[in-house]
Write a new protein. Structure first.
Length: 302
């Protein structure tokens, strides 16, 4: 297949593109800078210049493709409303170009803030209104609505921690930065609340499988580990940095952690059992605590 990938040179995209190429697909990747274009060309992908605002370029590239994987998102936490508008507009443009073709469109969301009907959130659960992933809802809805117009659309909801050796700006590096700044590796209350996680390489395989065979309208979970206690994460960070751990009172969490406090205190275990059965996806790469081991990817340069 010829696959158009937005966010192709980003953290997740830079694993998805090699995964697609290794499986024999051709890749055209969206690049908004010379550096991104060079990175894509270096791995053998075709370069499409543009960004989420260049809707004509998105439509043209999607129309020329056999399928689309949409990974790009403007991670501006100071104005997520504007980011959500741009995301929904881009998805609508991509879906419009694929309308009536039966071609796949795979878009991205997250599992944070799902309204779980059981002890562990599943693919059947919807996001909480105004929750941590609510800003993705307009784009997700645009993709799923396209399923009614002849697009084989699906949604990959990723774990809040997508980890491996190239993670530089995600939740875990942020927690490591907070620990360095504060001199302690903190967790909220007793640290029993849980984070799901997925290795970036496993996530890349899931995107390929979704492209190749996800049924129309599928909600898929990119979850390798259902829920790791945040205290265990804090203890691993403490060992990697040779710092003590410390319980942080929930009332002081924002002062200690900053913007990531909401996630640091959230209990959000999530399952990918439905996804694994549906697509035959099996996470096989190291877990988060393995990557957080002293001397491991997160501390190799410490």
């Amino acid at each position: 297949m010829r696959v158009f990938v937005t966010g192709a040179s980003g953290y997740v995209g830079s694993a998805v593109v090699p995964e697609l190429l290794a499986a024999g697909h051709e890749v055209a990747g969206l690049a908004r800078s010379d550096a991104s274009a060079a990175a894509l060309a270096a791995v053998g992908a075709e370069v499409v210049r543009g960004d989420l605002s260049t809707l004509d370029a998105l439509r043209t590239a999607a129309a020329a493709a056999d399928g689309v994987i949409h990974l790009a998102f403007i991670h501006d936490f100071s104005n997520l409303a504007a980011s959500a508008v741009a995301d929904a507009g881009a998805i609508a443009a991509l879906a419009g170009a694929l309308e009536g073709t039966g071609k796949p469109l795979v878009v991205t969301s997250g599992v944070a803030g799902l309204a779980a009907r059981g002890p562990v959130a599943t693919e059947h659960d919807a996001p909480v209104a105004n929750g941590p992933a609510a800003h993705r809802s307009a784009g997700v809805n645009a993709a799923l609505t396209a399923a009614e117009r002849g697009v084989r659309s699906s949604v990959v909801r990723l774990a809040p921690s997508v980890h491996d050796e190239d993670d530089r700006h995600g939740f875990v590096p942020t927690l490591i930065g907070v620990a360095r700044e504060r001199g302690v590796s903190g967790y909220v209350a007793d640290g029993a609340n849980r984070w799901p996680a997925v290795n970036r390489k496993d996530a890349a395989v899931l995107y390929r499988l979704a492209l190749e065979g996800a049924p129309t309208g599928s909600i898929l979970h990119g979850i390798g580990e259902e829920g790791i206690p945040t205290r265990a994460i804090a203890e691993a960070i403490a060992a990697g940095l040779d710092l003590p751990t410390q319980s942080i009172d929930p009332a002081a969490a924002f002062d200690h952690f900053g913007w990531i406090a909401t996630f640091a205190g959230a209990d959000a275990p999530a399952s990918s059992a439905v996804t694994q059965e549906l697509l035959g996806w099996e996470p096989t790469h190291p877990g988060l605590l393995d990557d957080l081991a002293p001397g491991g990817p997160y501390f190799a340069a410490s």
